[in-house]
Design a protein. Structure first.
Length: 330
C-alpha cells in the first residue's frame, strides 16, 4: 500500500518510532526520558543516553574550536545523566570525521576538550567508534550513569501543587549563539556569553544533590529551552504548569546585552543544560544553598491538555508561539 509522503518534525519522528517499539521490557524505562533506566541485580540501576552532534545542524566548524567542540559534545550528554539525578559511570565516543579534520592539530585539541570535561565530572571514556565521513562531521556520545533502584527522576513524576524550579541561569547560551551568528553589541560581555555557549557546565553535582532530596519529583535537563522541554514533562506527567516570567533567573550580562530579548532567550533558547525539576515546599527549603530558583507551579491540566500558562510575559511575546530550538527547522 502506498502512503502519502509528508515532512515531519523531530518529535513526531520520535513518536512514530515509539509507536513501532511501544513497550520497553518490564522494569526498564525506554524511549521518552532523558535516559533509559535499566535495573541491575545489585540494587543499582544503570541510566544510559546517546546524543549526536552534526556539522551544520549543531555546530559550524569555522565558528567553534575543536577544544570547545570536544567539551560541548560531552557536556550535552553528561547533562542527561544529571537530569536523572544519577552519578557518572562512563562514556563512549563515536566519531565520523571528514578527511580534512583527520589531522593531529584538530583531533588532539578535540580530544583535549573531551578529556578536560570528562576528568572534571568523573566520566572515564570506555570505548567508541571511529570512521571517515564522506560528508560533514558527526559526533555521537553515549553516556552511562547509575542510581539506587527507584531513585531515577523521570519526566512523568510531576505532581499537582509542586513548585517548578530551575538551576543556574537561563538564556545565556542562546545569547552566545546570537553573538556567534550576528556579532556583539557594545553593551555586551561577549566573553561571558560565548563561554556559556561554548563551554556549558553540566549540573552533575547539583543533579545528584537534588535527586537525593526528599520531595523532589520530576526532573529533566533544559536542552531545547523551557518552552519546549517543560511541555515534555507536562505531557509525561499529565499535568499543566504556570511560569512566572518575572522569576526567571537571568544573568546581569544577558540583561545588559539583550534587555528586550532576555526572557525570550530564557524560554526558547537551547543549550543551557540547566536542570528543570518539580518539588514540594520542603524540598525547595532543603535546597536553599544551591543555585535553584522557583519559576512556577505545577497545575491541573487545562482544557487543551498539558498547557503552560505564562505570567508576566513581556509585551511582544505570544505564548502560543513560544517554542524551543528544533534542529529539524530550517
Ligand atoms: P534529550 O534532549 O534529553 O537528549 P531527545 O529529545 O533527544 O532527548 O529524545 C527524547 C527521547 O526520545 C529520548 O528518550 C531518546 O532516547 C528518544 N529518542 C530520540 N531519538 C530516537 C531514535 N531515533 N530512536 C529511538 N529513540 C529515540
Ligand atoms: Mg535531556
Amino acid at each position: 500500500m502506498t502512503q502519502e509522503k509528508r515532512h515531519i518534525g523531530e518529535f513526531e519522528l520520535i513518536d512514530r518510532i515509539k509507536t513501532v517499539f511501544p513497550q520497553a521490557p518490564v522494569g526498564i524505562v525506554g524511549i521518552g526520558d532523558d535516559c533509559a533506566v535499566v535495573p541491575q541485580c545489585d540494587g543499582w540501576e544503570t541510566v544510559v543516553s546517546t546524543d549526536m552532534l552534526v556539522e551544520g545542524s549543531h555546530f559550524l566548524l569555522d565558528k567553534i574550536t575543536p577544544y570547545q567542540l570536544g567539551w560541548k559534545a560531552a557536556a550535552s550528554n553528561f547533562s542527561d545523566i544529571a537530569a536523572m539525578g544519577a552519578e557518572p559511570v562512563g562514556s563512549f565516543l563515536a566519531l565520523g570525521l571528514p578527511q580534512r579534520l583527520l589531522q593531529t592539530e584538530w583531533t588532539d585539541e578535540f580530544i583535549r576538550g573531551y578529556k578536560d570535561i570528562s576528568a572534571r565530572f568523573g566520566f572515564p571514556l570506555l570505548g567508541g567508534d571511529t570512521t571517515r565521513s564522506e560528508g560533514g562531521a558527526s559526533i555521537c556520545v553515549t553516556v552511562m550513569g547509575r542510581v539506587r533502584k527507584g531513585d531515577a527522576h523521570l519526566r512523568g513524576m510531576a505532581q499537582i501543587g509542586d513548585y517548578l524550579c530551575a538551576t543556574g541561569l537561563l538564556g545565556d547560551s542562546a545569547a552566545g549563539l546570537d553573538i556567534v551568528l550576528n556579532g556583539a553589541s557594545e553593551a555586551c560581555d561577549a566573553d561571558y556569553l560565548l563561554g556559556r555557549h561554548y563551554l556549558p557546565t553540566p549540573r552533575i553535582r547539583e543533579g545528584m544533590i537534588i535527586g537525593a532530596t526528599q520531595g523532589v519529583h520530576a526532573m529533566m535537563d533544559i536542552s531545547d529551552g523551557i518552552a519546549s522541554d517543560l511541555r515534555h514533562m507536562l505531557r509525561a506527567s499529565g499535568v499543566g504548569a504556570e511560569i512566572d516570567c518575572r522569576a526567571l533567573p537571568l544573568s546581569k550580562q544577558l540583561l545588559a546585552a539583550y534587555p528586550e530579548r532576555a526572557v525570550e532567550f530564557a524560554l526558547c533558547g537551547g543549550e543551557d543544560y540547566e536542570l528543570l525539576f518539580t518539588a514540594s515546599q520542603g524540598a525547595v527549603d532543603a535546597l536553599k544553598d544551591l543555585p535553584v530558583t522557583v519559576i512556577g507551579r505545577i497545575t491541573e491540566c487545562g482544557p487543551e491538555g498539558a498547557e503552560i500558562k505564562y505570567i508576566g510575559l513581556p509585551e511582544g511575546l505570544d505564548s502560543k508561539k513560544l517554542c524551543g530550538y528544533d534542529h529539524f527547522k530550517k
